[in-house]
Design a protein around this ligand. Structure first.
Ligand code: PEP
Ligand code: MG
Length: 582
């Protein structure tokens, strides 16, 4: 049994056998005899027509199953097919340079990519994935033959889990998702078109596994949690049983969504628990409302820097996004986290060498040092504030000094705008230094939000994106729990509002520990909210305190799981026999 961790991007739990798909990068290149040129041009034309027919078929099917918005991805791909820079340019290269069609396409796309790179444009970069998808399909259609992926998907006994290095949107659109119950991929993001597609189909997905396709072998049993990003390969019987229960708890929460939506969360002994939602894509705010969230506890605004349109991060475009969110959620709060430049988000981080050199260059630190986009963002936020209940959250705060500097800058911008800034300013607690000085930070912050994803990685010295260390990434490690206890106690003493917004908050058993440590506010992926409401209704805070106290003393994470077993069983019983509650 081995554990991997990626990013949960489409919620739900799936267990199945692995179908492993790695794209074949081999390219065939040769020069043509002059007599072969016409035949080659004809081959290219035929591939283009075959590709068009396929894409039209995909587009109309997706329009029926996932809706017109997702189908638009493929309408755009059909337009790319007709772009003079692509197929026409390839045809010209076949004719003038007498190279084979595969090679000519590779050259044509290389020229387009060079333009993309020169323009340095995020919108174009995002489109590069679709361009590669179209070209890959064209190249496959130059050599029509059996489809490497659809064969195993149809031959193997479902349920299956697709394990891929990358899934281009048109491949995702052709997969039979009634047989494939989950997706894991080595790379990808919540905004990747394939991910948007599977999310709209309700298929659980975990991306960013790194080397999943190397670690997982075809036919192995794989369990995935599209909410927390956990992936277990070849789980043993005991573990499988745990996953089965987890799936039932999750499914029961979703079934009860309608009756739970308007209810607030309470523990069995009536303690009020606040549940808000995390959001990456503003257009998906409907999911937040649908899940019955009390607000947005974390809007990861840096996704505006990566997606859709180059103008998406201009001041005016940001205002449109923020106002849209605030109006949709009003009167509920919307907590916008200012751009957090992860080490992987190069566009934001100043250039410079390898990973170690970029270590720690992110969040408020990078914003205060190197980028005027922070100021633009603050202006856009303050100019949107009258549209609803806005809160500003600063990421990766390490010292009081940084917090003070950021607040001064926000006050300056407010003055320039002729406003007296009344927007609450919060700090993320996600660096151990911040966790250990919560008392000081609380004096300068209107609220605090614990980012357990980063807090775990920096506490346990585990790069959260490195699959080789996934087994060491343990939210229930005693060191993490002890640090969280310190944070909860300091927050309470300082009377500062304190929430947890990392993935830990999406797991009912880990939330049990957090409640036991004293936390009462959580923000999580929307799909986890109904599951949590249901699960918490079975939990006595006295029990939560008791398991937390014992977990703080545990010698291993396995021991913590054992301590949590009776809680898990009670949650499971309530999920499968809801009428027995109370
Ligand atoms: C965290 O670190 O827990 C967090 C919520 O922020 P992110 O996952 O975006 O780093
Ligand atoms: Mg973080």
């Amino acid at each position: 049994m081995s554990r991997l961790r990626g990013r949960g991007v489409s919620p739900g739990i799936a267990v199945g056998r692995a179908v492993v798909a790695v794209r074949d990068a081999r390219q065939v290149r040769y020069r043509l005899a002059s007599s072969g040129v016409d035949r080659e041009r004809q081959r290219l034309r035929a591939a283009r027509e075959r590709t068009r027919v396929e894409l039209e078929e995909i587009s109309s099917r997706i329009s029926r199953t996932a809706g017109p918005a997702q189908a638009a991805i493929f309408a755009a791909q059909i337009l790319m097919l007709d772009d003079p820079l692509l197929a026409k340019r390839a045809d010209e290269l076949v004719r003038t340079e007498r190279i084979n069609a595969d090679w000519a396409l590779e050259r044509a796309v290389g020229e387009v990519e060079a333009v993309f790179a020169r323009e340095g444009d995020t919108w174009l970069r995002e489109r590069a994935g679709d361009l590669a998808d179209v070209v890959g399909r064209l190249q496959r259609n130059l050599r029509p033959g059996p489809d490497k992926l659809s064969d195993p998907v149809h031959e193997l006994e479902p349920p299956l889990i697709l394990v891929a290095d990358e899934v281009p949107p048109s491949v995702a659109a052709q997969i039979d998702w009634t047989r494939v119950h989950g997706l894991v991929s080595d790379i990808g993001s919540p905004t990747h078109h394939s991910v948007i597609l599977v999310r709209s189909l309700g298929v659980p997905a975990v991306v960013g596994l790194g080397a999943g396709t190397q670690v997982i072998s075809p036919g192995q049993t794989v369990a995935i949690d599209g909410t927390t990003g956990e992936v277990v390969v070849e789980p043993n019987e005991e573990e499988l049983e745990r996953w089965r229960k987890r799936a039932e708890i999750a499914a029961a929460g979703l079934r009860a969504l309608d009756e739970l939506r308007s209810e607030v969360a309470r523990t069995a002994d009536g303690v009020r628990i606040h549940l808000e939602a995390n959001l990456e894509i503003a257009d998906e705010v409907g999911r937040v409302l649908d899940a019955g969230a009390e607000g947005i506890g974390l809007y990861r605004s840096e996704f505006l820097l990566d997606v859709a349109h180059p103008a998406a991060s201009s001041e005016d475009a940001q205002i449109a996004t923020y106002r849209g969110l605030l109006e949709a959620m009003a009167p509920r709060p919307v907590t916008v986290r200012t751009f957090d430049a992860g080490e992987e988000r190069l566009a934001w981080v100043p250039r410079g060498g390898g990973h170690r050199e970029r270590f720690g260059v992110r969040g408020i630190r990078a914003a205060l040092q190197a980028d005027d986009r922070f100021e633009t963002q603050i202006r856009a936020l303050l100019r949107s504030a009258d549209a609803g209940h806005l809160r500003i959250l600063l990421p990766f705060v390490t010292t009081v000094e940084e917090l003070r500097q950021a607040r001064d800058l926000i006050d300056d911008v407010a003055r320039e705008l002729g406003q007296e800034s009344k927007v609450p300013i919060g700090a993320m607690i996600e660096v151990p230094a911040a966790a250990l000085t919560v008392d000081q930070l609380a004096a300068h912050a209107d609220f605090l939000s614990v980012g357990t994803n980063d807090l775990i990685q920096y506490t346990l010295a585990v790069d959260r994106t490195d699959e080789r260390l996934a087994g060491h990434y343990q939210p229930a490690a005693a060191a993490v729990l002890r640090l969280l206890r310190t944070v909860a106690a300091a927050g309470r003493r300082a009377r500062c509002e304190l929430a947890v917004c990392g993935e830990m908050a999406a797991d009912p058993l880990l939330v049990t520990l957090l409640i036991g440590l004293g936390f009462r506010r959580f923000s999580m992926t929307p799909a986890a909210i109904p599951v949590l409401k249901r699960s918490l209704a079975t939990l006595e805070t006295r029990v939560a305190r008791d398991v937390a106290r014992r977990a703080l003393q545990a010698r291993s994470v396995d021991e913590v799981h054992e301590i949590l077993t009776p809680v898990a069983d009670a949650m499971h019983r309530a999920a499968v026999r809801p009428n027995d509650e109370n």
